[in-house]
Design a binder for this molecule. Structure first.
Ligand code: AOS
Ligand code: ZN
Ligand code: ZN
Length: 386
């Protein structure tokens, strides 16, 4: 059995990155329900993120999205983060919201549109230089809706060309994270639809290119933990976008729909040596109807619980059962860990770090929700509706 001290130490050093867009208003294409007190600027998003970190102790970085979080002075934004014990994290690019991108961005048939998209990605690397961010996350809405609409292979060539130009621009300590998604907004082909395509491009680019696994980006029934294990074997897992889904890319709270899947994923992370700062554990979700800050705290706690259970697995017992071919015993080892109530353990980890053992009620008692509802009028829309 793993020692409790080592499990606690591993949990105390966990780092989960929260997305700036989760703090703003969001919705579906049917309706955005505005909430009182939502941030009006990137600075205020950081103020909210600081509350999540203050209560959980494990959310020290915030992912930004350009242009939704565009500011004149990124050094000032980084300083604002630092003043509250935060750091700016992954830079998310956006080559999907302009009219020019009707037929795609870096895969667009027109070289002028591709140039515009690549220039935006290069500008995002400039932002990384200013914020001190390590990672550039690329997700492309590129694809086609109808058979014959465009040349699928030519689009892959255009993609490779764009990625290579951006990759060349990266500094020594910067990374390119390529995110795949099987459909949406394109419905016939997507240019980076799966981990195989992302992996093939990253392999060609080099060591600084890694794959992002967004848990909501697979066909129903896909074994995501197998993908995680495979990418870790190849040293190509760069990051997670955690969220939950019941149907498609639902972007619900991480660990809400299928905590068992999150546990299985975290087990492969731990098993495969991926529980290190080299893997960015990010949330990518939206809170359309629930209160945002406590929902993010809940998601962070759900990831912590899945991680605690994965760390508690009796690896030696599991290995012995696997080697002897004892199918039921092996499965029982995993289920024993999964069925452990790790909430008291995590409460201890928090108390030992001087935090309230119950982050959600600590947040509720803090009065922050009332304060921002009074002080902030005319909150910003996150810009993301799906
Ligand atoms: C899109 O479906 C994605 O999950 C992306 O990670 C996206 O870039 C992010 O939600 C915000 O831009
Ligand atoms: Zn994502
Ligand atoms: Zn998504």
């Amino acid at each position: 059995m793993p020692s409790l001290t080592s499990v606690k130490a591993a949990l105390a050093t966990q780092a989960i990155e929260t997305p700036s867009w989760a703090y703003g208003n969001s919705g579906t294409r049917f309706k955005v329900f505005a909430q009182p007190g939502v941030p009006r600027s990137a600075f205020e998003k950081l103020d909210d993120a600081a509350r999540v970190h203050a209560h959980t102790g494990v959310a020290p970085t915030v992912a930004l999205h350009i242009p939704w979080d565009k500011v004149d002075d990124y050094a000032a934004l980084a300083k604002h983060a630092e003043d509250q014990g935060l750091r700016l994290g992954t830079i998310n690019s956006n080559v999907f919201q302009d009219d020019d991108y009707r037929l795609g961005s870096v895969c667009h048939p027109d070289a002028a549109v591709r140039r515009k998209a690549i220039d935006h990605l290069l500008a995002c690397v400039d932002v990384m230089d200013a914020t001190g961010s390590r990672d550039l996350k690329l997700w492309f809405a590129d694809g086609t809706n109808y058979p014959g609409q465009d040349d699928i292979r030519a689009r892959q060539d255009r993609l490779a060309e764009a990625l290579s130009e951006v990759y060349t621009r990266l500094g020594d300590d910067q990374r390119l994270l390529l995110e795949y998604k099987f459909f949406e907004p394109a419905f016939y082909t997507t240019d980076v639809p799966d981990w195989g395509t992302a992996y093939a491009h990253c392999l060609k680019l080099g060591d600084k290119a890694k794959v992002v696994v967004d848990t909501g980006h697979h066909a129903p029934g896909t074994n995501i933990e197998f993908i995680v294990a495979s990418l870790l074997r190849e040293n190509k897992l760069g990051a997670f976008d955690f969220n939950s889904r019941f149907y498609a890319d639902d972007d619900l709270m991480a660990g809400a729909a299928d905590p068992f899947q999150l546990f299985r994923i975290m087990y492969e992370v731990v098993r495969g040596g991926g529980y290190t700062p080299d893997t960015a554990f990010m949330l990518d979700q939206c809170h359309n109807i629930e209160a945002k800050i406590p929902a993010i705290i809940r998601s962070v706690m759900n990831v912590q619980e899945a991680t605690a259970k994965a760390l508690l697995i009796d690896r030696e017992g599991l290995s012995a059962a696997q080697t002897s071919g004892d199918v039921l015993a092996a499965n029982a080892v995993l289920m024993d860990a999964y069925n452990t109530d790790v909430r008291p353990l995590l409460a201890d980890v928090r108390s030992e770090r001087g935090l309230d053992p119950d982050p959600i009620s600590a947040y509720r008692r803090s009065g922050w929700a009332d304060r921002i509802a009074t002080e902030r009028v005319g909150g910003a829309q996150a810009g993301w509706g799906a």
